[in-house]
Design a binder for this molecule. Structure first.
Ligand SMILES: [Zn+2]
Length: 333
Protein backbone atom coordinates (compact mmCIF):
# COMPACT_ATOMS: atom_id res chain seq x y z
CA UNK A 1 0.00 0.00 0.00
CA UNK A 2 1.21 3.53 -0.81
CA UNK A 3 2.31 5.47 2.25
CA UNK A 4 -0.06 8.41 1.63
CA UNK A 5 -3.03 6.19 1.11
CA UNK A 6 -2.31 4.24 4.33
CA UNK A 7 -2.27 7.52 6.24
CA UNK A 8 -5.51 8.60 4.61
CA UNK A 9 -7.03 5.25 5.48
CA UNK A 10 -6.02 5.48 9.14
CA UNK A 11 -7.27 9.03 9.37
CA UNK A 12 -10.57 8.00 7.91
CA UNK A 13 -10.82 5.13 10.36
CA UNK A 14 -9.94 7.46 13.24
CA UNK A 15 -12.55 9.94 12.14
CA UNK A 16 -15.16 7.22 11.87
CA UNK A 17 -14.29 5.96 15.37
CA UNK A 18 -14.38 9.46 16.76
CA UNK A 19 -17.84 9.88 15.33
CA UNK A 20 -19.14 6.51 16.44
CA UNK A 21 -17.76 6.26 19.96
CA UNK A 22 -19.47 9.19 21.71
CA UNK A 23 -22.74 8.48 19.97
CA UNK A 24 -22.70 4.87 21.21
CA UNK A 25 -21.42 5.48 24.73
CA UNK A 26 -24.68 6.27 26.46
CA UNK A 27 -27.02 3.90 24.60
CA UNK A 28 -24.56 1.00 25.14
CA UNK A 29 -24.73 1.49 28.89
CA UNK A 30 -28.50 1.77 29.00
CA UNK A 31 -29.16 -1.07 26.58
CA UNK A 32 -26.53 -3.43 27.97
CA UNK A 33 -28.15 -6.87 27.89
CA UNK A 34 -29.36 -8.15 31.27
CA UNK A 35 -26.64 -9.97 33.20
CA UNK A 36 -27.13 -13.74 33.01
CA UNK A 37 -27.38 -14.76 36.66
CA UNK A 38 -27.80 -18.35 37.76
CA UNK A 39 -29.02 -19.29 41.24
CA UNK A 40 -29.16 -22.85 42.48
CA UNK A 41 -32.41 -22.59 44.47
CA UNK A 42 -35.54 -20.51 43.91
CA UNK A 43 -35.23 -18.72 47.25
CA UNK A 44 -32.02 -17.06 46.00
CA UNK A 45 -33.34 -16.50 42.46
CA UNK A 46 -36.42 -14.67 43.75
CA UNK A 47 -34.44 -12.28 45.93
CA UNK A 48 -31.85 -11.75 43.17
CA UNK A 49 -34.45 -10.93 40.52
CA UNK A 50 -36.21 -8.49 42.86
CA UNK A 51 -32.90 -6.84 43.66
CA UNK A 52 -31.61 -6.68 40.08
CA UNK A 53 -34.78 -5.65 38.22
CA UNK A 54 -34.04 -5.21 34.50
CA UNK A 55 -30.30 -5.39 35.08
CA UNK A 56 -30.26 -9.18 35.27
CA UNK A 57 -32.07 -12.22 34.00
CA UNK A 58 -32.05 -14.64 36.92
CA UNK A 59 -32.62 -18.36 36.44
CA UNK A 60 -33.01 -20.99 39.16
CA UNK A 61 -31.36 -24.32 38.45
CA UNK A 62 -33.61 -26.31 40.82
CA UNK A 63 -37.35 -26.12 40.34
CA UNK A 64 -40.27 -26.77 42.70
CA UNK A 65 -40.16 -30.05 44.60
CA UNK A 66 -36.47 -30.63 43.90
CA UNK A 67 -34.30 -31.60 46.87
CA UNK A 68 -31.00 -29.66 46.69
CA UNK A 69 -29.20 -32.04 49.08
CA UNK A 70 -29.66 -34.93 46.73
CA UNK A 71 -29.47 -33.22 43.35
CA UNK A 72 -26.74 -33.90 40.79
CA UNK A 73 -26.19 -31.70 37.72
CA UNK A 74 -27.56 -32.93 34.39
CA UNK A 75 -25.73 -32.13 31.11
CA UNK A 76 -28.29 -29.32 30.55
CA UNK A 77 -27.48 -27.92 33.98
CA UNK A 78 -23.79 -27.89 33.11
CA UNK A 79 -24.64 -25.91 29.96
CA UNK A 80 -26.70 -23.47 32.03
CA UNK A 81 -23.87 -23.08 34.52
CA UNK A 82 -21.40 -22.54 31.67
CA UNK A 83 -23.63 -19.83 30.11
CA UNK A 84 -24.02 -17.86 33.36
CA UNK A 85 -22.04 -14.68 34.01
CA UNK A 86 -22.61 -14.79 37.78
CA UNK A 87 -23.59 -17.71 40.02
CA UNK A 88 -25.14 -17.77 43.50
CA UNK A 89 -25.52 -20.80 45.72
CA UNK A 90 -26.07 -21.29 49.47
CA UNK A 91 -23.35 -23.61 50.72
CA UNK A 92 -21.88 -27.05 50.18
CA UNK A 93 -23.94 -28.13 53.22
CA UNK A 94 -27.06 -27.64 51.05
CA UNK A 95 -26.05 -28.20 47.42
CA UNK A 96 -23.97 -31.18 48.42
CA UNK A 97 -23.46 -32.66 44.96
CA UNK A 98 -23.75 -29.55 42.80
CA UNK A 99 -20.95 -27.89 44.72
CA UNK A 100 -18.28 -29.90 42.90
CA UNK A 101 -19.61 -28.84 39.49
CA UNK A 102 -19.78 -25.19 40.60
CA UNK A 103 -16.20 -25.48 41.79
CA UNK A 104 -15.08 -26.39 38.25
CA UNK A 105 -16.49 -23.12 36.87
CA UNK A 106 -15.29 -20.95 39.71
CA UNK A 107 -12.18 -19.70 37.95
CA UNK A 108 -14.00 -18.39 34.89
CA UNK A 109 -17.33 -17.27 36.40
CA UNK A 110 -17.77 -15.22 39.59
CA UNK A 111 -19.45 -17.59 42.07
CA UNK A 112 -20.87 -16.44 45.40
CA UNK A 113 -21.62 -18.83 48.27
CA UNK A 114 -24.20 -16.73 50.14
CA UNK A 115 -23.83 -18.45 53.49
CA UNK A 116 -20.10 -17.83 53.76
CA UNK A 117 -20.24 -14.36 52.15
CA UNK A 118 -23.10 -13.02 54.27
CA UNK A 119 -22.74 -14.63 57.68
CA UNK A 120 -20.10 -14.98 60.34
CA UNK A 121 -19.96 -18.11 62.48
CA UNK A 122 -21.93 -16.66 65.45
CA UNK A 123 -24.90 -15.92 63.11
CA UNK A 124 -25.16 -19.55 62.09
CA UNK A 125 -26.66 -22.64 63.69
CA UNK A 126 -24.90 -25.97 63.80
CA UNK A 127 -26.31 -29.22 62.53
CA UNK A 128 -27.89 -30.61 65.75
CA UNK A 129 -26.65 -34.09 64.88
CA UNK A 130 -23.15 -33.02 63.90
CA UNK A 131 -21.74 -30.15 65.96
CA UNK A 132 -19.28 -28.13 63.92
CA UNK A 133 -21.19 -28.72 60.67
CA UNK A 134 -23.25 -25.72 59.62
CA UNK A 135 -27.02 -25.80 59.06
CA UNK A 136 -27.64 -24.22 55.63
CA UNK A 137 -31.45 -23.62 55.84
CA UNK A 138 -31.09 -19.87 56.43
CA UNK A 139 -34.11 -18.76 54.36
CA UNK A 140 -36.40 -20.10 57.10
CA UNK A 141 -35.55 -17.03 59.20
CA UNK A 142 -36.67 -14.03 57.17
CA UNK A 143 -34.44 -11.60 59.09
CA UNK A 144 -31.39 -13.70 58.25
CA UNK A 145 -32.39 -14.21 54.60
CA UNK A 146 -32.96 -10.45 54.21
CA UNK A 147 -29.24 -9.97 54.81
CA UNK A 148 -28.43 -11.76 51.54
CA UNK A 149 -30.11 -8.99 49.45
CA UNK A 150 -27.30 -6.39 49.79
CA UNK A 151 -24.69 -9.10 49.19
CA UNK A 152 -26.45 -10.10 45.97
CA UNK A 153 -26.72 -6.44 44.91
CA UNK A 154 -23.03 -5.89 45.50
CA UNK A 155 -22.03 -8.93 43.42
CA UNK A 156 -24.21 -7.82 40.51
CA UNK A 157 -22.95 -4.23 40.78
CA UNK A 158 -19.38 -5.46 40.25
CA UNK A 159 -20.45 -6.49 36.75
CA UNK A 160 -23.10 -3.79 36.14
CA UNK A 161 -21.85 -0.73 38.05
CA UNK A 162 -24.48 1.58 36.53
CA UNK A 163 -27.19 -0.57 38.20
CA UNK A 164 -25.87 0.03 41.74
CA UNK A 165 -28.13 2.97 42.68
CA UNK A 166 -31.27 1.32 41.33
CA UNK A 167 -30.43 -1.90 43.18
CA UNK A 168 -29.77 -0.05 46.43
CA UNK A 169 -33.33 1.30 46.23
CA UNK A 170 -34.65 -2.21 45.51
CA UNK A 171 -32.76 -3.62 48.50
CA UNK A 172 -34.29 -0.94 50.69
CA UNK A 173 -37.82 -1.75 49.46
CA UNK A 174 -37.24 -5.49 49.96
CA UNK A 175 -35.91 -4.88 53.45
CA UNK A 176 -39.13 -3.10 54.39
CA UNK A 177 -41.16 -6.07 53.11
CA UNK A 178 -38.96 -8.65 54.81
CA UNK A 179 -39.06 -6.79 58.12
CA UNK A 180 -42.87 -6.80 58.00
CA UNK A 181 -42.94 -10.49 57.04
CA UNK A 182 -40.57 -11.40 59.88
CA UNK A 183 -42.79 -9.66 62.43
CA UNK A 184 -45.89 -11.31 61.03
CA UNK A 185 -44.44 -14.83 61.22
CA UNK A 186 -43.38 -14.24 64.84
CA UNK A 187 -46.86 -13.01 65.73
CA UNK A 188 -48.47 -16.04 64.07
CA UNK A 189 -46.29 -18.56 65.91
CA UNK A 190 -46.78 -16.75 69.22
CA UNK A 191 -50.54 -17.28 68.83
CA UNK A 192 -50.09 -21.08 69.05
CA UNK A 193 -50.94 -22.21 72.60
CA UNK A 194 -47.91 -22.87 74.76
CA UNK A 195 -47.02 -26.54 74.80
CA UNK A 196 -48.19 -26.92 71.20
CA UNK A 197 -45.39 -24.95 69.56
CA UNK A 198 -43.85 -28.21 68.43
CA UNK A 199 -42.74 -28.69 64.85
CA UNK A 200 -42.30 -32.22 63.53
CA UNK A 201 -41.14 -32.54 59.93
CA UNK A 202 -39.46 -35.01 57.59
CA UNK A 203 -35.99 -33.46 57.64
CA UNK A 204 -34.16 -30.92 59.77
CA UNK A 205 -34.86 -27.80 57.68
CA UNK A 206 -36.65 -25.77 60.38
CA UNK A 207 -34.01 -25.05 63.02
CA UNK A 208 -33.65 -21.41 61.91
CA UNK A 209 -37.45 -21.07 61.79
CA UNK A 210 -37.75 -22.51 65.30
CA UNK A 211 -34.91 -20.37 66.59
CA UNK A 212 -36.27 -17.13 65.10
CA UNK A 213 -39.96 -17.55 65.85
CA UNK A 214 -40.15 -19.32 69.21
CA UNK A 215 -40.98 -22.89 68.28
CA UNK A 216 -40.29 -24.70 71.57
CA UNK A 217 -38.97 -27.90 70.07
CA UNK A 218 -38.58 -29.23 66.59
CA UNK A 219 -38.00 -32.82 65.65
CA UNK A 220 -37.28 -34.30 62.26
CA UNK A 221 -37.00 -37.85 61.07
CA UNK A 222 -34.03 -37.18 58.84
CA UNK A 223 -31.13 -34.89 59.68
CA UNK A 224 -29.95 -31.75 57.91
CA UNK A 225 -29.08 -33.77 54.84
CA UNK A 226 -31.55 -36.04 53.10
CA UNK A 227 -28.85 -38.05 51.36
CA UNK A 228 -29.53 -41.15 53.45
CA UNK A 229 -32.88 -42.91 53.87
CA UNK A 230 -34.73 -42.56 57.15
CA UNK A 231 -34.34 -45.64 59.33
CA UNK A 232 -36.99 -47.40 61.40
CA UNK A 233 -35.06 -46.30 64.48
CA UNK A 234 -35.35 -42.63 63.38
CA UNK A 235 -39.11 -43.01 62.91
CA UNK A 236 -39.52 -44.67 66.33
CA UNK A 237 -37.54 -41.94 68.04
CA UNK A 238 -39.70 -39.17 66.58
CA UNK A 239 -42.88 -41.17 67.25
CA UNK A 240 -41.87 -41.33 70.93
CA UNK A 241 -41.49 -37.52 70.95
CA UNK A 242 -44.91 -37.04 69.29
CA UNK A 243 -46.57 -39.31 71.87
CA UNK A 244 -44.73 -37.89 74.88
CA UNK A 245 -45.42 -34.24 73.99
CA UNK A 246 -48.92 -34.91 72.54
CA UNK A 247 -47.98 -33.16 69.29
CA UNK A 248 -51.26 -32.32 67.51
CA UNK A 249 -49.97 -32.37 63.91
CA UNK A 250 -46.92 -33.31 61.86
CA UNK A 251 -45.93 -32.01 58.43
CA UNK A 252 -44.86 -33.37 55.08
CA UNK A 253 -42.41 -31.42 52.94
CA UNK A 254 -42.59 -30.48 49.27
CA UNK A 255 -39.12 -31.82 48.49
CA UNK A 256 -39.37 -35.12 50.39
CA UNK A 257 -41.48 -38.20 49.78
CA UNK A 258 -44.52 -38.18 52.12
CA UNK A 259 -43.85 -41.85 52.93
CA UNK A 260 -41.56 -40.95 55.84
CA UNK A 261 -44.22 -38.87 57.60
CA UNK A 262 -46.92 -41.42 56.76
CA UNK A 263 -44.78 -44.09 58.43
CA UNK A 264 -44.45 -41.81 61.46
CA UNK A 265 -48.23 -41.31 61.71
CA UNK A 266 -48.72 -45.11 61.48
CA UNK A 267 -46.14 -45.67 64.25
CA UNK A 268 -47.79 -43.05 66.51
CA UNK A 269 -51.18 -44.70 65.99
CA UNK A 270 -49.67 -48.11 66.69
CA UNK A 271 -48.75 -46.69 70.08
CA UNK A 272 -52.37 -45.84 70.71
CA UNK A 273 -52.14 -42.08 70.09
CA UNK A 274 -53.47 -39.97 67.28
CA UNK A 275 -51.74 -37.34 65.20
CA UNK A 276 -52.79 -35.75 61.93
CA UNK A 277 -50.79 -34.59 58.94
CA UNK A 278 -51.07 -30.81 59.26
CA UNK A 279 -50.24 -30.11 55.62
CA UNK A 280 -47.29 -29.71 53.29
CA UNK A 281 -44.46 -27.28 54.00
CA UNK A 282 -42.10 -25.79 51.44
CA UNK A 283 -38.77 -26.68 52.96
CA UNK A 284 -35.90 -26.64 50.46
CA UNK A 285 -37.76 -25.38 47.38
CA UNK A 286 -40.50 -22.84 46.67
CA UNK A 287 -43.88 -23.72 45.12
CA UNK A 288 -44.78 -23.72 41.41
CA UNK A 289 -43.74 -20.73 39.30
CA UNK A 290 -46.66 -18.41 38.64
CA UNK A 291 -48.30 -19.14 42.01
CA UNK A 292 -47.91 -17.06 45.20
CA UNK A 293 -45.96 -19.94 46.79
CA UNK A 294 -43.51 -19.73 43.90
CA UNK A 295 -42.13 -16.56 45.53
CA UNK A 296 -40.03 -16.35 48.66
CA UNK A 297 -42.62 -14.24 50.50
CA UNK A 298 -45.41 -16.60 49.45
CA UNK A 299 -43.45 -19.67 50.50
CA UNK A 300 -42.88 -18.31 54.00
CA UNK A 301 -46.48 -17.12 54.20
CA UNK A 302 -47.84 -20.56 53.19
CA UNK A 303 -45.60 -22.39 55.70
CA UNK A 304 -46.62 -20.03 58.49
CA UNK A 305 -50.35 -20.37 57.76
CA UNK A 306 -50.10 -24.18 57.57
CA UNK A 307 -48.12 -24.49 60.82
CA UNK A 308 -50.17 -21.92 62.75
CA UNK A 309 -53.54 -23.39 61.81
CA UNK A 310 -52.53 -27.03 62.34
CA UNK A 311 -51.06 -26.33 65.79
CA UNK A 312 -54.05 -24.36 67.06
CA UNK A 313 -52.95 -20.74 66.55
CA UNK A 314 -54.60 -17.81 64.79
CA UNK A 315 -53.14 -16.30 61.64
CA UNK A 316 -52.74 -12.55 62.20
CA UNK A 317 -53.70 -9.83 59.71
CA UNK A 318 -51.37 -9.62 56.74
CA UNK A 319 -49.04 -6.62 57.21
CA UNK A 320 -49.75 -3.38 55.34
CA UNK A 321 -46.23 -3.31 53.89
CA UNK A 322 -47.08 -6.53 52.03
CA UNK A 323 -50.47 -5.54 50.64
CA UNK A 324 -48.78 -4.69 47.33
CA UNK A 325 -47.39 -8.21 47.16
CA UNK A 326 -50.81 -9.67 48.00
CA UNK A 327 -52.52 -7.54 45.31
CA UNK A 328 -49.96 -8.60 42.70
CA UNK A 329 -50.65 -12.28 43.44
CA UNK A 330 -54.39 -12.01 43.97
CA UNK A 331 -54.04 -13.17 47.58
CA UNK A 332 -56.62 -11.86 50.03
CA UNK A 333 -54.63 -10.01 52.69
ZN1 LIG B 1 -32.68 -29.40 53.62
Amino acid sequence: MHRASLKTHLLAAGAALALVTPALATPTLASEPPLRVLATVGMIADVAQNVAGDCAQVTALLGPGVDPHYYSATPQDVNAIAAAELIFYVDRALEERLADVLQRFRERTPTVGLLATTFAAPDLLDDPDEPGVVDPHLWMDVSRWARTAPVIAEAIAELRPHCAAMMAANVEALTVQFTALHGWVGEAIASIPEGQRLLVTAHDAFEYFSNAYGIEASEAIEGISTATEASIADIREVAAFVVERAVPAVFVESTISPRTIEALVAEVRRRGHDVVIGGELFSDAMGDAGTPEGTYIGMIRANTVTITEALGGTVPDWPLALHGWADAWGVAP
